[in-house]
Ligand binder design. Structure first.
Ligand SMILES: Cc1cc2nc3c(=O)[nH]c(=O)nc-3n(C[C@H](O)[C@H](O)[C@H](O)COP(=O)(O)OP(=O)(O)OC[C@H]3O[C@@H](n4cnc5c(N)ncnc54)[C@H](O)[C@@H]3O)c2cc1C
Length: 380
């Protein structure tokens, strides 16, 4: 079967691009490894920079009782506290709910889906792509959009550079209930890691942390690490003692890489984490995935409706992507170095307490402007 566009991965980037394509009347197939709904390791705080845009697509987080997040708390491993209002703020909604809602919107808009199916191979052959899947199906596509997230076997098949470098990071997530502030997103530091907590729908909270694999090895298990290290921060100790944990076991992902990637590789156009993952402490990887999918959709509509060349499509997408994201990613990587180090994060906390405008500036520079409600060029 041949499609003008195949999207590999139906997370945020893939679903948004698919919706935009369907709205522009371009036939699209999304191939997604899992079925909907499913849990994902993610802090589930979504910056308001994309809220008006999501509304314009017909997705209303408020209809799912999302939480309104307006305050930020930073704590050091010893438990010192810095509170700061969030100018722009955001909302809290689980990926379980959000991805499924976008999937349903996309289905209604006419997007074709192949779920529970992994893409195992993509090959570019001069003018088209050949795509093979885990259930031995084969597809052809004029354009392939890679929206397959942080790291997948496909990255290896495509020989992507960042795969050569081992990544030490592990992500762990829970949904919990408890008597905590529902307007505040907290970032609690501990030795070699940090843990975010913020409210989501149905009186729940998302508790999600990033640490290094050797910490889990050193203590023998995730729960031993939580007891011995995370709980040294009194705020985390309180959460682990007081909260009701709603999963049998946590969601865990390994090998999280923050290495620079390329947004066009083997002629595949990447958006979201497959183009570059911002460090989670910045709290806006999802907004970036949504914004990147929109940027790409604009270029794709021009390509299909005005018949631009592939070279022009790749060049103009790369330029737009770099302009929008490369500075944010660099700042995110730099700021991450301050966190999870006992002395450094204590110093950073005291420094930012004395200079609130600087903290304000750091938060601002890792986020984008609010997306105005856009109209994609349709060629008519
Ligand atoms: C610990 C942690 C905490 C975070 N917290 C936040 C936060 O609070 N706020 C925020 O904004 N961002 C956060 N992020 C970042 C955010 O989760 C990502 O930036 C966002 O999910 C990117 O969306 P995406 O569409 O690129 O990838 P994903 O949402 O991961 O989607 C990729 C999809 O591709 C599918 N897939 C993979 N391989 C294949 C294949 N071969 N074939 C078919 N399908 C495939 C996967 O199943 C998946 O559904 C966090 C990240 C981490 C690691």
């Amino acid at each position: 079967m041949t499609y003008p566009l195949v999207i590999i991965g139906g997370g945020l980037a893939g679903l948004i691009a698919a919706l935009e394509m369907a709205r522009a009347g371009i036939r699209v197939l999304v191939i997604e490894r899992k079925s909907y709904p499913h849990h994902k390791v993610c802090g589930e705080y979504i910056s308001n920079e994309v809220r008006p845009y999501l509304h314009s697509l017909g997705f209303m987080p408020e209809e799912f009782s999302s939480a309104e997040l307006t305050q930020f708390r930073f704590t050091s491993p010893k438990g010192s506290v810095l509170d700061h209002p969030l100018d722009l703020g955001g909302f809290g909604l689980s990926r379980y709910t959000m991805d499924e809602a976008l999937y349903k919107l996309a289905l209604r808009a006419g997007v074709e889906f192949l779920v529970n199916t992994s893409v195992t191979e993509v090959e570019f052959r001069d003018t088209f792509f050949e795509i093979k899947t885990s259930d031995n199906q084969a597809f052809r596509a004029q354009i392939v959009h890679g929206a397959f997230g942080k790291r997948t076997r496909l990255d290896k098949q495509l020989n992507r550079k960042f795969m050569a470098k081992e990544s030490p990071y592990v992500g762990v997530k829970y949904h919990i209930r408890g008597n905590f502030d529902r307007q505040r997103i907290s970032l609690h530091n501990f030795e070699n890691g940090y843990c975010g907590m913020s409210a989501i729908e149905d009186d729940k909270f998302c508790l999600c942390y990033l640490t290094e694999r050797n910490m889990v090895r050193k203590y023998g298990s995730i729960s031993a690490l939580e007891t011995n290290i995370l709980s040294q921060n009194p705020h985390l100790k309180n959460i682990f003692e007081e909260a009701e944990f709603l999963y049998q076991k946590p969601e865990v992902i390994n090998e999280i890489s923050f290495e620079p990637k390329s947004c066009v590789e083997n002629h595949i156009l990447m958006a979201g984490d497959s183009a570059g993952l911002i460090t989670p402490l910045c709290g806006n990887g999802m907004a970036m995935a949504i914004r990147a999918a929109f940027l790409l959709s604009q270029e794709l509509v021009r390509y299909f409706k005005v018949h631009h060349s592939r070279a022009l499509l790749e060049k103009s997408y790369e330029t737009a992507w770099q302009k929008e994201f490369s500075r944010r990613l660099t700042i995110g990587r730099t700021v991450q170095k301050l966190f999870g180090r006992k002395v450094l994060s204590e110093l950073a906390l005291h420094f930012f307490t004395l200079t609130p405008p600087l903290l304000h500036q750091v938060i601002k520079s890792t986020h984008g402007r609010v997306m105005s409600v856009p109209t994609i060029y349709t060629g008519s």
